[in-house]
Design a protein around this ligand. Sequence first.
Ligand SMILES: C[S@@+](CC[C@H](N)C(=O)[O-])C[C@H]1O[C@@H](n2cnc3c(N)ncnc32)[C@H](O)[C@@H]1O
Length: 224
Amino acid sequence: MSNIVKKREYKDYNEYTTHQIEKTADPERRARLLQKFRFNEKVLYFKEKFQRFLDKANFGQTVCLGARMGEEIEALLQLGVDCYGVDLVPHPPHVREGDFQDLHFIEDGTVDTFYTNSLDHSSDPEKVFSEVSRCLKEGGTFILDYFPGHWEDHAASYIEAPDQFFVNMKHETVLINSDVVSTMSNTAWELVFKKVENPIERARINKWSDMKFKGFLNRTRFKM
Ligand SMILES: C[S@@+](CC[C@H](N)C(=O)[O-])C[C@H]1O[C@@H](n2cnc3c(N)ncnc32)[C@H](O)[C@@H]1O
């Protein structure tokens, strides 16, 4: 994992989760995020975003990782998607307690679509990828909004060489699209992965998609 820069040094896994839980559970922060205007504005943003995917991905059973107060869940529910969130801090009824680095409560091959914009809060992004890959159905989609170099205060890691990370550590998923998008707080890379179980088919897709991704990195002038 040489290309994962630890933004913070945690003594052990417990210290990592405790730190993430402390800031997410902060009552003042939660009250601020729940203010009607703020919450609804974010729901609208997510609705517009997911609408772009409705005819491209099968949203069947959808799971959002690191969903905090659940704005992305609310947006998907309003679009008629069967969806729930996972976060270290639960927010009932739609965000359940769980660690996106260990999704043991989700059976293999049962999820149609995953979404996350919280990968920079993971201490081990490879584990998130391996869990997503395990839980996705064949042909299922993983939509990732990733903030390259976005050193958010509470982020845990930063992927320094995304060409290596996203090219080599996808497990059974392949990268099918990469784009630069504006989010409500920053500019993100919108990366879309698809699960392909057949290794020959996966290798075939990887060949062109890895090249395309390297072109994307050059165009976005990402400094490594
Ligand atoms: C920047 S917030 C994003 C919240 C939400 N997706 C949004 O757009 O408002 C990152 C979230 O990731 C959660 N998180 C951090 N580490 C996690 C882990 N290992 N498993 C599940 N959630 C985690 C935090 O608790 C926090 O709610």
